[in-house]
Design a protein around this ligand. Sequence first.
Ligand code: PEP
Ligand code: MG
Length: 568
Amino acid sequence: MKKIKGISGSPGIAIGKARKLNDDFLSFKEVKKIKDKDVDEEIKRFRESINKTENEILEIINNIKKITDKEYAEIFSFHISIIRDKNLMERIEKIIKSEKVTAETAIKKFIDKLNKEFPENSFKTRKKEILDIFERIVSNLSRKNNRFKNIKDGILVSNDLSPTQTVSIDTKYIKGFVTSMGTETSHTVIIAKALEIPAVVGIKESIEQIKEDDTLLIDGYEGIVIVNPTENEIEKIKLKEKEIEKLKKKIYTLKSKKATTSDGKEIKLYANIQLPEEVEAALKYGAEGIGLFRTEYLYLKRKDLPTEEEQFLSYKKIIEKFGKKEIIIRTIDVGGDKFISAFEGPKELNSFLGLRGIRFCLEKKDIFLTQIRAILRASYYGDLKIMFPMITTKEEVIKTKKIIEEAKKELKKENLKFNENIKIGIMIETPSAALVSDDLAKEVDFFSIGSNDLIQYTLAIDRVNEKLSYLYQPCHPSVLNLIRITVENAIKNNIKISLCGEMASIPEIACLLIGLGIDELSMAPVAIPSVKEKILKNSYVEIKKIVEKVMNFDSHEKIINFIKNNLK
Ligand code: PEP
Ligand code: MG
């Protein structure tokens, strides 16, 4: 038995025999010549295989549109553009004609030329797709079946798989795949997830350790491959699979239910997301909207800054998937433990107490204005709300609102559409904001408590320092009191209040928050079913009684234990 660690490509568990793919379809060495009189016939053969390949790809696009999002199908538009590129195909025909070689040899020569002609980088980025297209053409030339069709009941092991190869996998026969290349965000992985094919990617050197016919157990949740597992390992994974099946059923049955307490109080459960792609998960787990979109991730993945147009399209993409549901876009929250490459500020001794969140935005007004314009423009298409992080003073809110007005004026001048009445909210994540929330409430339409930071700043613990994790106490009386004050001030001023920190994803604590008067919670999508399940079992009246009691307790431990023991 051997355990190989990789990256979790696509969740799921699979057991089967290793089926190794030889990646090099052009590995033949000899130049295959043809006679003069056979040139026309060879060109005909080449054209037929192009037609066949085009039909194959169109069929893939149709199939994928039926089972998943339209967007995945768009990945293949590049394939179609290449296959329909007359100039390109004529270059291959010219080689057949002038050098009197078979279509296979002409393709090989053409690819060698491409390798030399293109600057390394531009060819490299599309190389996988280009090779994939020509591999299909070569396979259609020999009228052999797609090589995947010969593989029955196994796990594909390959250096790399292209998106088209991935969609060609027939899950009746192929249980999953392992590749040495790939990351969590590669297109192949996106497709594998959409098609629910278990996959472990990025295992690099270790691929050589897998031999044809080895039994493989792949755990796509953890990104682990076990080569020739013991009976014990197989038993363990089967148990895990059963648990997961149960959970899936639960997710499915809970998805369409509202999160209502047993005595009828409705709670709204929203999702926190970092990238537009995560909307899929939010929908799958039954989120009623997006309670927090951490937009800084649009900036963190790159060296330059995203343009207004790029941001606008990202926000619009979320709206397109979520329809009329509420979406809260939090403006960029950098600083602390998140830094953007496009802005190299001076090193701060204590970055969590430094130029973070709204402080950064008010300092870098041009970056901020660009983002606000993008959000405003997207607001025209759905129920977008805008929210600001790391507020400590009322002045910050006033300055921020002025910038929104400035952006609105600009857009009006440019005749660009937006929602005039977009709702503006702030995160309450510093003790100062909680303590002056009565004043702040008069300036905004809603509050969202950022408990991750509220805990960090109240208990004076660096949230990324694992040595202090024992002090990360969401139910510390000081934290609960700050939450209570904030809720009271929101209610008093008739504005909405929600909470979007991690504590909302712990079912018992979610109930505690409900008892404190919060009826909107936002969390990682995967946490929604368990929180919903807890809410459904308990009554609002009982929850309130429990909470009234624990608010007199003097420690996190006592509070947690009491709610755990007294909730259903
Ligand atoms: C929070 O602080 O609770 C929050 C939701 O924001 P972030 O985790 O992004 O700081
Ligand atoms: Mg925060």
